[in-house]
Design a protein around this ligand. Sequence first.
Ligand code: NAD
Length: 451
Amino acid sequence: MAQLVSTDPATGAVVGAVDVTPADQVPAVVARARAAAPAWAALGTAGRAARLRPLAAAITARADELARLLTREMGKPLRDAAGEIRSVADGVDHELAEIEAALAPEELDDGRTRSTVFHDPLGVCAAITPWNFPFAMPHWMAFPALAAGNTVVLKPSEETPLIAQAYAELVRALVPDGVLQVVHGADEQGKALVAADVDLIAFTGSRAVGKQIMAAAAGGLKRIILELGGKDPLIVLDSADVDKAATFAARNCFRNAGQVCVATERIYVARPLAERFVSRLAVEADKLTVGNGLDDGTRIGPLVSARQRDHVLAQVGDALARGATLVRGGEHDGLFVQPTVLTGVSPDMAIAREETFGPVACVTVVDDADEAVALANGSRYGLGAVVFGADDDRTRQVARALDAGMIGVNQGVYGARGAPWVGARESGFAFHGSRDGHRNFTQTRVLSRPR
Ligand code: NAD
């Protein structure tokens, strides 16, 4: 059987391997998932929650080992990997309680008719996930599907099969056979899974693949949840605390070497603050140690692959050729790319339009808030957006004018517990998280009778 060999992007060393699932065997995997579905659905939300709740403790018991595996396979610094593992474990109880509440039958009575609205399992869910949060993403796509009573076939990224397999094994120890299965491989296996007899495709990944999935799902009118790429803007208004804005920008441009769907990829800064903002951003970039994620003190690991590095460097090269100015960085060594700060970025540059997914801060100076909003909204993407400014009506107006799914004001885009994770425009279709997001993993049914 062909093997998928996983290598450490920091060293090139082999971390491990998994068997590739032959694409022609995917329908049989899905058939097993379908056979397991009725009994899993029959447990009810409370019964399933009882089975899944020990996942938190099971992850916590192996947290250190999982974090090391994540770092070795994907490259992110160990403390970030540990944070990713912990965030999944910490969220389990809340998520299960939220799902139970979201899926409880609702009673309606208008005096003439009584209706009950149910949120039933859909059947079999395909969960297809990327490599940038390789433990959290399988959980984000598979866990709400399972808790809602679906069985799941997970197809993790071919870059990070081992940590996804480790996640799946922790869940599989808690659920009956066939409830969660894993298909390993790349786009061939992903396509085979989308084409198989699945009822829902929960996908996190690139916009290009999201479009392919939407097209492939159309024939069977299969349900889809697509969490796609972004090109998030940060607007720094002239009323902003410039130091706080620059510190935020450094963190959100360079975290996970920029390989974050809600990374800040475009910065529009008010002219009076621009010089101070850029110099502070450069100082923050200088503080970040680039290296092997397992080494103490590393803040930025390698990019995940040579393909990703080449893509990032090509965008930087194009921007410089078109007149951008290099303030910091630009160099690379193997897959390690120095945090890079560019100014004079204009909309004709690829780096201003297409997702970069690398440690690059792109600064454009603007004359007023209207110009900033127009530039920020001039994108096909609409995942997140952030505005820094005084705590006043003008800042709130700018925030409300931004065409994104998640908007942060003087902070990142992460919402309070219970908020959805949602993209606008070509950054997503349907969404997950929150009461409404959990319901996207179900079939809503209404049963009505006379009063
Ligand atoms: P990708 O789209 O290349 O791959 C994602 C998954 O889809 C992988 O498992 C891949 O094997 C599979 N795949 C590839 N072609 C397929 C096809 N035709 N049919 C079915 N499956 C197919 O994305 P990636 O490079 O792994 O991840 C990076 C992307 O993910 C970025 O665009 C990033 O912004 C996005 N992302 C979005 C979110 C979000 O919440 N919106 C979160 C994380 C990452």
